[in-house]
Design a protein around this ligand. Sequence first.
Ligand SMILES: CCC(=O)SCCNC(=O)CCNC(=O)[C@H](O)C(C)(C)COP(=O)(O)OP(=O)(O)OC[C@H]1O[C@@H](n2cnc3c(N)ncnc32)[C@H](O)[C@@H]1OP(=O)(O)O
Ligand SMILES: O=CC(=O)O
Ligand SMILES: [Mg+2]
Length: 363
Amino acid sequence: MTRPAKDFFAPLAVGAPAPLREIPARPSRAIHFFDPGNEKMAAKVPDMVGTVDVLLGNLEDAVKAENKEKSRQGLVDIGKANAHLGSTAGPTQFWTRINSLDSPWALDDLTTLVPEIGDRLDVIMVPKVQGAEDIHYVDRLLAQLEAKAGLTRPLQVHAILETARGVANIEEICAASPRMQGLSLGPADLAADRRMKTTRVGGGHPGYLVRQDPPRDDLGVQQYDAPRTSYQQDLWHYTIARMVDACAMHGIFPYYGPFGDIKDTVACEDQFRNAFLLGCVGAWSLHPVQIKIAHQVFSPSVEDVAHARRVIAAMGDGTGAVMIDGKMEDDASVKQCQVMVRLADELAAIDPDLKALYDGIDA
Ligand SMILES: CCC(=O)SCCNC(=O)CCNC(=O)[C@H](O)C(C)(C)COP(=O)(O)OP(=O)(O)OC[C@H]1O[C@@H](n2cnc3c(N)ncnc32)[C@H](O)[C@@H]1OP(=O)(O)O
Ligand SMILES: O=CC(=O)O
Ligand SMILES: [Mg+2]
């Protein structure tokens, strides 16, 4: 049974901070992953603060088993050494991805990170979430640890959607705790768990396509040997759309996850843009080259912002219908335009280049 409404926003431990009533809409176009135990990557972090929306110290997959403790300690050191990291101190949020709850490391991840750098961290990403029970476990443990550490701000929780059971339980996961900040699609683990016949980290597949019908000759006979156009389809459309609906319903934020073909910046941009158009607010960046792609794709274009502002201005109180450039605009399209302009305003508040671009529209 879920908690009764009157208890939903009560702290789960005596002395723990009160849960948030609303998840703040902080820009998080790129969640940049780094291994805090990798000296080369860790050395780059101080210079990245302020240049990327989210820096995430990854402790789970991609960190070798023998390096788990080193990476955890590296994250503590980075949190303590970088005074401007974390959204209370500056524009770059500070997240971590802990190890999965059934692993030998998850408990130590939480019991180390919360007392050591809980005041700096914004969001704890939890992998391989199967259902509400996983979130309930993390929720109570975090409350106990926050109370013990004397934290005044509750940590938020982000779940990766990367098991078939997680997808089946998506609504209950989103609703499990007021800490829930968002969901990310985890296409690599999800493909494995679903027994998809792919060997990639996100993106499309040339075999997943639809093909044009065979053309007919003058007598109407179909020419099966004639050349035909085929179109690659999006393997992730269903899951992303499901995730977007669940997140919107619960007032939390959906993200596309990893795109593993680092060199294919064009397809990465396409995948991110599909997610942006469907309603996602950001994506993961695995390599510095992907930060720029995510920041660009998940920021509304100047053309879209200009059009949205025109529609809002023309629609007055937002009711009725008007014609703009030969197209009908009404209450529903003005609401889409408001989403676009709100996002542009939020981004302009933290990104001076975007502010100059968007301000220039009216000049
Ligand atoms: C699949 C499901 C998932 O769970 S995805 C999430 C887990 N995976 C990750 O977090 C992977 C993170 N990224 C990486 O490990 C690396 O970027 C990989 C993909 C291995 C490529 O590394 P590498 O071959 O060194 O790339 P490179 O030679 O082009 O690097 C150039 C310089 O940049 C650095 N770099 C690389 N990645 C990062 C990063 N994520 N954050 C910060 N710095 C990074 C490299 O260390 C290298 O530095 P330098 O110029 O040699 O000093
Ligand atoms: O963790 C991410 C994934 O794709 O798996
Ligand atoms: Mg995964």
